[in-house]
Each structure stands twice: as C-alpha cells, then as structure tokens.
Design a protein around this ligand. Structure first.
Ligand SMILES: C[S@@+](CC[C@H](N)C(=O)[O-])C[C@H]1O[C@@H](n2cnc3c(N)ncnc32)[C@H](O)[C@@H]1O
Length: 379
C-alpha cells in the first residue's frame, strides 16, 4: 500500500522474454550446436580454449562471423541468447583449469541452447536461469520506483505497486493460467495479467471502484487474448462455484490477497468492507472468512500471496501482518516465505516527514517503512 503520491517512470522489464529485454544474439541453432560439438571433440585444453576464444570473438563482434553462426536462414531453427550471459559462460569455460571442467561448462551451455526445462508452476527455463536476473529471489525488496508503464496509474489510494503481482505471476504461474485477486481495488493485478498473458479474475466490493478499474484494464492491450473480469461481490460470501461455472474452469493457479490493513484507509462505509471492522478481532474474523470461502478455488500445490502491513494504534504497534499470517496457517497452508518490502518514497511531504520523525523520537517507536508479502502454498 502506498503512503503518498508518486510519479516514477521507469518501466519494469518484461522478464518473460529475457533474451529480448537485453542485447540478444539470434544464433543459427543447428550451426551453433555443431560448432560446440566440434569444440567438445578437441583432445587438448589449449586447442579447446582457442576455439572458444574464436567463438567469443564472433559473439562479441558479429561482423566477424565467417562460420554462418549468426547468418539466419529465415526457415532455419534459431535461438535467442542474452549476449552478456553467453559471453560470461564462454569466459567461465576459458577460466577452467582442466579439460574435463571446460567440457562440463560447454555441455551445460549446449544443453541450455538445445532444451527447455521448466517446473510445473512457471515458465522459467531453468537451463538458462542466469538470464532471469530481474526475478527477485531475496526476501528483502527495496524497490525505489513504481512501474508506471502500460496503463498503470496510481489513482487509487491504497493500491500496490505493479511489481508485486508481476513478480508473483512470473514465479508462480505459466502463461494462460488463472490468477484470482480477491481485493482487486484499482485492478493492478489484472492489468499485469494482460501484460503477461495470464487470465485474471478480481473480486471487489465497491462497485464504483470496480467500474473504474474495468475501464482502465480495458485500455491495456490484450495481446495474449486473455480473460480479465471483475465480480462486484464480497469475497467472504461470493458464490465460488458460480464463478468457476461461469468461467468454465476447475480452479485457479495463483491467489493474491491485498486486503485493507484494517482501518488505516477506510475504503467505504459498507459494513461488509474489511476496513470497517470495529476492532482487530473482527477484522481478523472477516479476513479468515474470506480465506475460508476462497481456498477451495486454489489448486493444490499452488501459491497464495498475501500482501499486508502492520498498523499503529494508541501507542502500540499492532502486528496485523503476523496476525493475518496466523489466520492463514490455521487453515493448513504451508508458509514458503515472508518478504519484507519497503514503501515507495513519498515526495513533497517534507513537513509531515519531519513531524513523524519528531513523534517517533518522542513516542519511542519506529516509523513504518515496510509491508509484507507472505507466501503460502496450498498443500
Ligand atoms: C488494499 S485495497 C486493494 C488494492 C489493490 N491491490 C490495487 O492495487 O488497487 C483493498 C480493497 O479491498 C476492497 N474490499 C474491502 N472489503 C472487501 C470485501 N469484503 N470483499 C471484496 N473486496 C473488499 C476495498 O474496497 C479495496 O478496494
């Protein structure tokens, strides 16, 4: 949830096409494999390395290509490789001290060119995992910019940054799978669904917010022809079977929940709104009801990302995040990670910042600068 206005601009790269997102080399696959095989047949390390140096020369200066490695026949089989990663792999081969080791690296490179190996839950080619360096794998996320590319706008007070659903979808879904966001707000998740080729369903209590979100989502180019739809419903009571019947699917492959952080922001006056809960206990009860109602929709073995922050009330830090985590764990989910994410920078609020710093010094507390992405797996 953001803490103030921001107008950052740097687009977040599409990680699903890493070779295109960086300087890519499109090589003639058959020829490339043939050259790698020839090198692998060398019986001496020095000869082996000489051929690697020659290959590196071609990849660094494509104009020097006399072998036809980069001469692409339009009907031929090609493969796109990230140049920096390829060069670093060739360097690794050159650094090998034994022929055995050099061959090991070469064969690994060859495998990455020939084959695709993915897990059951995403499209990341594990044989070329080095090309996905923008996929975050650390539990501390310090993101200084909001992705404002595409139709993303930061109009909704209490939205999350697009990088959250973006990262979750790349790690935990394959193209064409189904994502459910039960507190969809301004539709950030569904916009990312369109950009990454996932079908996305949102549930939102507030009809005005849902209407605005729908309009915005429809402005995003639907180049993968996916379904994005919002149901104006209460996540705790929505008839989940009807949703599945309407969509003609059996289950979802990723669940995202970004509920209100209790009453930090009051989203409406509707008593069904979680931000209207009278106290923390009631909020947790309502949150638990939503988890109970929605859990059957998630396929076994798939992921549930809960985005939540803590709150401060009457001189006391209220660990809403951990309370909500416990509600989920009570329902039998497996905890996979707790990610701590910074709030984006607020601008033009210098006076307020000073005031909060003064209050913190007087009151003996720390100012919130983080929220959580808690990751669960359905057993
Ligand atoms: C923190 S916001 C989600 C923001 C969203 N991630 C975005 O990027 O815009 C929480 C949303 O939950 C909605 N909400 C609150 N209670 C709800 C309920 N019982 N069922 C469905 N939506 C609810 C609120 O109207 C609000 O839009």
């Amino acid at each position: 949830m953001k803490t103030g206005d921001s107008k950052q601009t740097t687009p977040f790269k599409n990680l699903e096409t890493p070779p295109l997102a960086y300087r890519a080399l499109v090589v003639n696959k058959e020829k490339f494999i043939q050259v790698l095989d020839e090198i692998n047949n060398q019986a001496e390390l020095s000869l082996f390395k000489n051929r690697i140096i020659a290959l590196k020369g071609i990849m660094s200066f494509p104009k020097s290509d006399r072998e036809g490695l980069l001469n692409i026949d339009p009907n031929g089989d090609t493969v796109s490789l990230r140049r920096d990663v390829l060069i670093s792999e060739l360097n690794q081969i050159l650094e090998a001290r034994t022929l055995e080791r050099a061959k090991y690296y070469l064969e690994r490179l060859e495998k990455g060119v020939q084959k695709v190996k993915t897990s059951k839950i995403n499209d990341i080619n594990l044989l070329r995992w080095k090309e996905y360096d923008e996929i975050i794998t650390d539990s501390l996320w310090v993101l200084d910019r909001r992705d404002t590319s595409g139709v993303h706008l930061a109009w909704y007070w209490g939205n999350f940054i697009p990088q959250i659903p973006h990262q979750m979808m790349l790690r935990y879904t394959k193209k064409g799978e189904w994502v459910l966001d039960t507190f969809v707000g301004s539709g950030t998740t569904l916009i990312e669904c369109r950009r990454l080729g996932r079908n996305g369903i949102g549930i939102e209590l507030n009809p005005d917010v849902a209407e605005r979100a729908k309009k915005l989502i429809n402005k995003e180019n639907n180049k993968f022809n996916v379904i994005t739809e919002i149901f104006v419903e209460d996540s705790r009571t929505v008839n989940t079977k009807e949703i599945l019947n309407k969509l003609g699917i059996r289950q979802f492959q990723l669940l995202i929940m970004h509920p209100p952080y209790h009453n930090i922001i009051k989203f409406s006056k509707d008593p069904k709104d979680l931000s209207m809960a009278k106290n923390v206990d009631e909020f947790l009860k309502m949150f638990g009801e939503a988890v109970d109602n929605i859990t059957p929709l998630l396929a076994n073995g798939r992921y549930f990302a809960l985005v939540i922050g803590d709150k401060y009330s009457k001189g006391e830090w209220v660990p809403l995040g951990f309370y909500c985590m416990n509600e989920v764990l009570k329902r039998g989910y497996l905890l996979k990670s707790i990610i701590v994410k910074n709030f984006e920078e607020t601008r033009g609020k210098r006076n307020q910042k000073d005031l909060w710093r003064y209050r913190a010094l007087v009151g003996g507390f720390y100012i919130f600068k983080h929220e959580y992405i808690m990751l669960f797996k359905k057993r």
